[in-house]
Design a protein around this ligand. Structure first.
Ligand code: MD3
Ligand code: FE
Length: 216
């Protein structure tokens, strides 16, 4: 797993945003994708819906860990211990993700949710802030797999200037400090721009975000 380990921070980026390009090597990505494929047999991708309108997200989701992020028309965004369709506990967090978190975020406070986002060709995620966690000051760690994405991040308010970053297979991104509270989203996925995902998942991109949800 120890690949480049070159943290990138740029002066025009929000404070607390750190990119580790290609931190996960080919083999680690491969075993992580196998863990995702295995998890999805037990906890299939579900279609999250906007609170109120019930409009579906284009991204499909599942989770690892004791808590999973879910959203539906009636109850909105929240963390739940059970899968919304199967009503079973989420699959265990893979060791590779727990280790990555211990190294880059906090060895003593484990992540509780590992949100799996699947972007089929054409899927996107609009600008939003992640604010459903009680542990608002603990960084979020993201791992990108498969096709490359254009990630956009702005400031603390909607409508300010934004900058875009390219997230590739094996990239790890940490959002701590100010960045943790910034608007962000995924504009587009570049077709065929990275390794294929397992056939059981489909073409496109997987992003896994590790989150601490509750306060210790
Ligand atoms: C910046 N996911 O799941 S990961 C999300 O690629 C989400 O699927 C995107 O935004 C994806 O909520 C982006 C990088 C990321 C995650 C959380 C952040 C960037 C963030 C929280 C605050 C600021
Ligand atoms: Fe987010």
């Amino acid at each position: 797993m120890q690949a480049t380990f070159h943290a990138i921070r740029e002066p025009d980026w929000p404070e607390g945003l750190v990119l580790y390009p290609g931190l996960l090597t080919g083999n680690s990505c491969q075993s992580l994708l196998e863990a995702v494929e295995e998890a999805l047999k037990d906890a299939p991708l579900f279609v999250p819906r906007m609170p109120g309108s019930g409009r579906p997200f284009s991204v499909r989701m599942s989770n690892f860990g004791p808590l999973g992020w879910v959203s539906d028309k009636e109850k909105g965004y929240r963390y739940e211990p059970l899968h919304p369709v199967t009503n079973k506990p989420w699959p265990e967090m893979p060791a590779i993700l727990r280790d990555l978190w211990a190294r880059l975020v906090d060895p003593r406070l484990p992540p509780e949710a590992g949100l799996i986002n699947y972007y089929a060709p054409g899927a996107r995620m609009g600008l939003h802030v992640d604010a459903d966690e009680e542990a608002t000051d603990v960084p979020i760690l993201s791992v990108s797999l498969g096709w490359t994405a254009r990630f956009r991040i702005g400031g603390l308010r909607r409508g300010g200037h934004t900058l875009s970053l390219v997230l590739k297979h094996g990239d790890v991104l940490i959002m701590g400090g100010t960045a943790r509270r910034c608007y962000h989203g995924i504009d587009r996925i570049y077709p065929e721009s990275g390794p294929s995902l397992p056939a059981a998942i489909g073409p496109g991109r997987i992003n896994i975000t590790l989150r601490r949800v509750t306060l210790p």
